[in-house]
Write a protein of this length. Structure first.
Length: 327
């Protein structure tokens, strides 16, 4: 029980951290203003096949059938051209994430709904109208593909030691995923670092940035660091985790976390090299997102190599079990 209590406490800390390092592979935080406590309806207290979703655009809360929610969630989070087995894996991960978030928020009197529709806060969701706008003439084909995938896995979710798992996911890893311990210094066994070799084939695997001396000086000053005039001496030791992600960079003799640098410089991930040359700072970055949990590009690659949705999930969330809500 003490071990399980530890995982629960760690998971709560990580959930709070997602405001800075969101589950999906996008940057920035969208704040949700809470005005009153959410009270679930009597039907919702008994049923698992509905979820209340807060629109971050309007603040409106809608009760949505779970099948529709999963179709809209997968449509928002994963490219429709990905392999069906990868889409099914995403649907299970999204249902698990929604189930866990709902379980937590229904116990929290300060939150109005089960989940938001923002990938910056929880995970994305777009309704049928927005799906039609997104896909245009390909709506019918994409809608049918994702709906069929959702129907195939409907009700299935992941657990670890009897508790609903925290199924984080991201766009592209750096060839290996990042462990929760590496990013948040909080160990969750099924969010360990695993290989994701297909990610290196993505056209978006690498990204490059250039920053002026003033931009790096602003970064340092925002973290309470005053720099000397010689910019060539600003950078010091780069501390990396065993999986290669940047834990911290020494700037002006003091450390700034890799996650903080990623956030403030708007980098795609915290797997990067940084160096000074020719009067400016260059950053070479690999991956896209916080890189913890399932890589969506990696899932598509595995599926195209013949892996099933079950094999994909067991690879990216090792030690978890597949359960069924029978909804």
């Amino acid at each position: 029980m003490n071990k399980m209590r530890k995982y629960i406490i760690i998971a709560v800390i990580i959930a709070l951290s997602l405001a800075i390092c969101p589950a999906a592979a996008v940057g920035g935080e969208e704040k949700v203003t809470v005005t009153q406590a959410y009270q679930p309806t009597s039907s919702q207290q008994k049923r698992e096949d509905v979820i209340t979703v807060m629109s971050t655009e309007s603040g409106k809360i809608s009760e949505i059938e779970m099948r529709e929610y999963l179709v809209g969630c997968v449509a928002a989070e994963m490219p429709s051209h990905y392999h069906t087995q990868a889409i099914m894996a995403q649907a299970v991960a999204s249902y698990t994430y929604a189930k866990r978030t709902s379980e937590q928020n229904r116990k929290d009197s300060t939150f109005q709904a089960d989940i938001t529709d923002s990938p910056d806060t929880h995970q994305g969701y777009i309704n049928e109208e927005k799906r039609r706008q997104k896909w245009g003439e390909n709506f019918e084909e994409n809608e049918a593909k994702i709906t069929a995938a959702v129907n195939e896995i409907y009700g299935k979710y992941l657990t670890f030691e009897g508790q609903t798992a925290l199924t984080l996911f991201h766009s592209i890893s750096a060839g290996v995923t990042q462990s929760a311990k590496s990013l948040w210094n909080s160990e969750i066994p099924y969010l360990s670092s695993v290989t994701s070799v297909g990610d290196k084939l993505s056209p978006d695997f690498r990204s490059e940035y250039k920053f002026s001396e003033n931009e790096i000086k602003e970064l340092a000053e925002s973290n309470g660091i005053l720099l000397e005039s010689d910019a060539g001496n600003w950078l010091g030791k780069v501390n990396r985790s065993d999986d290669g992600y940047v834990i911290s960079v020494e700037i002006g003799g003091r450390e700034i976390s890799g996650a903080k640098i990623r956030e403030e410089l708007n980098l795609r991930s915290n797997f990067f090299e940084i160096y000074y040359s020719g009067g400016e700072f260059a950053v070479e970055c690999c991956g896209y997102g916080h890189c913890v949990g399932m890589s969506q590009y990696g899932a598509d690659y595995m599926a195209r190599q013949g892996s099933s949705w079950q094999e994909i999930l067991m690879h990216y969330y090792p030690g978890t079990q597949i359960n069924n809500d029978n909804i």
